[in-house]
Design a protein around this ligand. Structure first.
Ligand code: LFR
Length: 488
């Protein structure tokens, strides 16, 4: 068998992976070649990504992939919004900041005072999140290194640059900067100018499927991959890759890409830039083939993961399987929080912040870790319901099914409760939607699959999916949804 194999580099907020994907007629099979931790580092000037450790993990992963056999091409995706700055020699200026760094919130306020939320939304169509690149840049401009900056590269573009020497800005990820025009699909020269930023900081855009370059000699030498191995531009925003691999076979689907974040929404042909959409804080990020990812960021599994990190520090048991058993036994709807509350954004003691949020809304703290986990998962299911219903209304769509993809799709409680809360059937999986999307975009550029519906059909036929039907306890979820609104 000599089916082509593609290497997908997928960096998430807590770990990075290099996954190989074998693509043949009617076949799509992933194998993990290498996994490494992504551990952010706090320095005196803020919270940073350890970008050199990440790059080294990428190199080691490519080497592990090369040892298994020939690799047809390489693609890279990561989270969005974060970037590195290069000087005129092409050297990295300082360490990229982590989007959870606290410096962004005051910077965002300053930008909004100058430009105004309406004008920003009218151009970029993005949900207001304090870490959108436009706000990070406002904070960054007072740094001593700023005047030396010549090129801004978003995280995946930076890694592509280090592998190949080439410079570009992939569109799905560029669309998360707020400096990208959601209507035209190009950098907004007008907004960049209004903010007093140099237009030359922003490289030429690249579409998924384009060849970014081939490996630099020292990269080929280290990894054992041939120098002519192409690095293919994929949907380099992980959420765009995940949405491309949603195994939907018909219209009327909603998706929840559930990992550190829950990204809940719809795929549209055109952005929704109405005032109602802005007020409801929906994002219009760019998807594959000019589609629009109309969604909202919900705090996601971060709430649970950050609870577990806190418990780990205090020596409480944190095994996920046990916690989920306890959560299933805990009292239903004992406590409801609003996952969208910005108090949960920064790293730190999550159980204490949940307690404080519950106290503010006249609720009692949960009973033991299982109670916290139940509170988080029920609250997430309620947030999925609220967001998807609003998205459908604002976009004038009728929903028939939810596809829950990403690591969260392994969480049976969350899947079932999302079905129960929404009254819609949930198809769960694949957990590796992002890596699949990355592999499929490469396979497409090599002529092995067709358009989005072809790619999705292949995922639906080859990957293991689970189905959850809503159970008839809708009334209890309606009442809990009322409590969520009371928290907001
Ligand atoms: C998910 C994700 C979200 C983005 C957030 C921060 O991994 O990419 O789509 O809003 O991370 O970049």
């Amino acid at each position: 068998r000599h089916d082509p194999v593609f290497a997908a580099v997928d960096l998430g907020a807590t770990s990075g992976r290099v996954i190989t994907g074998r693509v043949g007629p009617g076949e799509l099979e992933l194998t993990e070649a290498h996994r490494f931790a992504n551990t952010p580092v706090r320095l005196p000037d803020g919270l940073h990504w350890d970008v050199l450790a990440l790059y080294q993990g990428v190199l080691d992963g490519l080497r592990a992939a090369a040892r298994r056999g020939p690799v047809t091409s390489v693609g890279i995706d990561t989270w969005a919004v974060d970037y590195g700055l290069l000087d005129s020699d092409g050297s990295l200026l300082g360490l990229p900041y982590h989007y959870r760094d606290e410096r962004n919130t005051p910077a965002a306020e300053k930008v909004l005072a100058r430009i105004g939320a309406q004008e920003l939304y009218d151009v970029g169509g993005l949900q207001h999140l304090p870490f959108n690149t436009v706000f990070q840049l406002a904070a960054h401009r007072s740094a001593a290194q700023w005047p030396a900056a010549r090129t801004l590269l978003l995280m995946p573009d930076l890694l592509v640059h280090w592998l190949t020497g080439s410079v570009g800005a992939e569109v799905t990820n560029a669309s998360t900067t707020a400096l990208f025009d959601a209507r035209t699909g190009a950098w907004s020269d007008a907004l960049i100018g209004r903010l007093g930023l140099e237009r030359s900081l922003f490289p030429a855009l690249r579409e998924p499927g384009e060849r970014a370059g081939t490996l630099l000699p020292h990269v080929a030498g280290y990894t054992g991959l041939p120098e002519e191995t192409p690095v293919t531009t994929v949907a380099s925003h992980d959420t765009a890759s995940a949405v491309a691999a949603v195994p939907a076979t018909g219209p009327g689907f909603a998706y929840v890409s559930c990992g550190t974040w829950s990204l809940a929404g719809l795929e549209l042909d055109a952005p929704v830039l109405t005032e109602a959409s802005r007020a409801a804080n929906f994002t219009n990020e760019r998807g594959v083939d000019g589609t629009v990812r109309y969604l909202r960021n919900i705090m996601g599994m971060w709430l649970l993961e950050e609870c577990r990190r806190t418990w780990e520090r205090t020596g409480t048991s944190t095994g996920l399987a046990d916690l989920l058993v306890e959560a299933a036994r805990a009292r239903p709807f004992a406590a409801v929080i609003d996952p969208d509350d910005p108090v949960f954004l920064a790293p730190g003691d999550m159980p204490a912040r949940i307690d404080a949020a519950l106290a503010r809304t006249g609720q009692k703290p949960p009973d033991g870790p299982g109670g916290y986990v139940r509170c988080v998962l029920e609250s997430l299911a309620l947030a999925h319901r609220r967001t998807l219903r609003q998205a459908a209304e604002l976009a004038g769509r009728e929903l028939t099914r939810i596809h829950l993809v990403g690591g969260g799709s392994r969480n049976a409680l969350l899947c079932q409760w999302t079905a129960d809360a929404t009254g819609l059937p949930v198809t769960a999986g694949p957990a590796e939607a992002t890596a699949l999307g990355n592999v499929l975009l490469q396979a497409r550029s090599h002529g092995l699959v067709g358009g989005l519906s072809d790619m999705r059909g292949l995922v639906a036929r080859t990957q293991e999916l689970r189905h959850y039907s809503p159970r008839g306890d809708g009334g209890a979820w309606d009442r809990a949804a009322g409590r969520l609104e009371a928290c907001a």
